[in-house]
Design a protein around this ligand. Structure first.
Ligand code: GLP
Length: 262
């Protein structure tokens, strides 16, 4: 894992957006894995700005989101499809037919999960996967005790996740209880991962994910097994990382990072 600590959440999001922009520049047909949540809003704002002001071109890009709530229609503001249309898809030139989320409205959930895995395979696999970090250490909706070899499937959300996401759904009474999510095994197969976690509320769980033991109780810790995973964070979330001085030193001295140190 490479850990990059930036002074604040704004700069951390901008770096994540820039790494995506560069990947898209290098490979216009990029297969991009996307995430939702408040942390990602700044990343999508920046990608939309780059599209508007610098002509960042998504015409050949294809996207796959990590997860979607079960039983929430695409037009419902709680759905991740709605979130993605609002924060990214409706603001850039991504053909909607090239955007994919698991189908939380499917009559046959198991078939929909198999179909999602098949669509990812047919696209040639995911080149770059953006990831957020749940309060309980989840990536996607891989809640504690998820198999580290799991594939796309339905999961019951933990009380912690319900509390974390309820404000985005108009309160606990409107919060969906179940979701479809790529599995940890699905995520570990992507070519490159970018985990973005910012803010003091993520500090303790980020330290467990990055420096703790690999455990299904913190599914983000499985990213330690990934050969190409960059963790982008801010000072607030990095506060309890034991090796933070070393991470800062690497970012300041590693030639590959030179273009990104501004
Ligand atoms: C949801 C998503 C996760 C995401 C998390 C982070 O739970 N399923 O993929 O990592 O939100 O949320 P936030 O950025 O709001 O902290």
């Amino acid at each position: 894992m490479e850990v990059i600590i930036l002074p604040d959440a704004e700069r951390a999001a901008r770096l994540a957006a820039r790494l995506i922009t560069d990947a898209l520049g290098a490979r216009p047909g990029l297969v991009l894995g996307l995430a939702t949540g408040r942390t990602m809003e700044r990343v999508y704002d920046e990608l939309a700005r780059q599209h508007r002001e610098a002509g960042l071109d998504f015409a050949r890009c294809r996207t796959f989101n990590l997860d979607e709530y079960i039983g929430v229609p695409p037009a419902d503001p709680r759905s991740y499809r709605h979130y993605m249309n609002r924060h990214l898809f409706g603001r850039v030139n991504l053909p909607l037919t090239a955007t994919h989320l698991p189908d939380g409205m499917a009559a046959d959930i198991k078939a929909a999960c198999r179909e999602y895995e098949a669509q990812i395979r047919a696209a040639g696999g995911i080149d770059l996967q953006l990831l957020g970090l749940g309060a309980d250490g989840h990536i996607g909706f891989n809640e504690p005790a998820s198999s580290l070899m799991s594939r796309t499937r339905d999961k019951m959300l933990t009380p912690e996740t319900l509390a974390q996401n309820a404000p985005l759904c108009g309160g606990m009474e409107n919060m969906p209880r179940r979701a479809l999510t790529m599995g940890v095994g699905t995520i570990l197969e992507v070519r490159r991962c970018l985990l973005l976690a910012t803010g003091a509320t993520k500090a303790e769980i980020l330290a467990r994910a990055v420096e703790g033991p690999i455990t299904s109780m913190v599914t983000a810790s499985a990213l330690q097994l990934h050969p190409c995973c960059q963790v982008i964070t801010d000072e607030a979330a990095a506060a309890t990382l034991q090796n933070r001085d070393y991470y800062r030193w690497v970012f300041a001295n590693e030639p590959d990072w030179a273009p990104y140190r501004d």
